[in-house]
Design a protein around this ligand. Structure first.
Ligand code: AKB
Length: 316
């Protein structure tokens, strides 16, 4: 990666990723783009307003900036996708189609995140294999399977250097997630620090895969820097560093905030999405093929989240 265009750069992943890419590859070599401007991102380096469904502008920016890599993060998440499936299809599939065509035309490498949402109720729930049944029951999941297959197709048919991972729920303190099912695992830290109490929309006993953002950022950089000859499962690799249910994260927070309490007001839509996803993924293919090696478990993540988030909240 020498010159990189990031779409959806103001979202939860993009906010952390830009900082890391800018310090590793140089500010001028990381071009941020998103539909909505956010001053702290715009001020720090090159930025374009871009709707990824606008293929002409997307192409012009990539060509003008002479990028060799596109990290295509622009997407709608699972819960918002159930409210607005046509918007989801437009952004997640038509936007991705543009990213693929532009990468083909300009000979760019392309990173596309898939998700645990690409699995469904028929998928084996525990130690979910890399290659298995993928029959998701959400609009988001269908768009993610479509994305994985499209990326494989462009690699097989045109030799395009497409690479991707299936992200679990991502937890971070710099930017909030925007409308996913796993978002409770971020909101819980904010409410623990601000109110000492959290009401969970995901039910007790519901396990999902999760990962702390620094490990997710390393995934993107490591897979894009990996030797392409070693990548058998290009689109997309299972990745995860922990699997927990709401009571586990509550107990981890209590180690730092002893009076923290939690109750439940389960959201049926997000609960049924969560129940259709795996409990825990088998990540051995990512370990073997490109050295996936996450650093954070639940308690280490909680310690770091509370440290950074308490400073963020106090400075406001
Ligand atoms: C969501 O909950 O929609 C996302 C995801 C797991 O893809 N965080």
């Amino acid at each position: 990666m020498k010159k990189i265009l990031v779409t959806g750069a103001t979202g939860q992943i993009g906010t952390d990723l830009l900082d890391e890419l800018r310090s590793k590859y140089g500010i001028e070599n990381v071009i941020a783009s998103a539909r909505n401007k956010k001053t702290h991102i715009v001020e720090k380096g090159p930025f374009y307003s871009l709707d990824c469904t606008d293929s002409k502008s997307f192409f012009e920016i990539a060509k003008k900036e002479n990028v060799d890599t596109i990290i295509h993060l622009a997407a709608i998440l699972s819960a918002v996708g159930e409210q607005n499936p046509s918007l989801l299809w437009d952004i997640n599939v038509n936007g991705l189609y543009n990213a693929l065509e532009i990468s083909k035309e300009l000979n760019c490498s392309l990173f596309v995140p898939s998700s645990i949402g690409a699995f469904g109720p028929g998928t084996p729930k525990d130690n979910t294999p890399q290659l298995t049944i993928q029959r998701p029951t959400t609009a988001y999941g269908i768009s993610k399977v479509t994305g994985e297959l499209l990326c494989d197709y462009y690699h097989l048919k045109y030799g395009l250097d497409t690479r991707g991972v299936r992200f679990p729920g991502l937890i971070s303190y710099k930017a909030l997630p925007g409308g996913g099912t796993t978002d409770y695992a971020v909101h819980i830290y904010y409410d623990a620090l601000k109110k000492g109490h959290y009401t969970s929309f995901i039910d007790k006993g519901t396990y999902m895969d999760m990962m702390y953002m620094p490990d997710a950022i390393n995934c993107i950089i490591d897979i894009m820097e990996a030797n392409p000859d070693k990548l058998i499962d290009r689109n997309a690799f299972n990745v995860s560093s922990m699997s927990f249910e709401p009571e586990d994260i509550k107990n981890s927070i209590i180690k730092h905030i002893p009076n923290f309490t939690m109750d439940y007001d389960v959201d049926p839509v997000r609960q049924s999405i969560a129940e259709s996803w795996p409990n825990s993924l088998d990540v051995s293919a990512a370990k073997e093929q490109w050295g996936f090696n996450p650093k954070y478990d639940l308690d280490k993540m909680t310690e770091d989240m509370i440290f950074h988030l308490s400073r963020k909240i106090m400075s406001k």
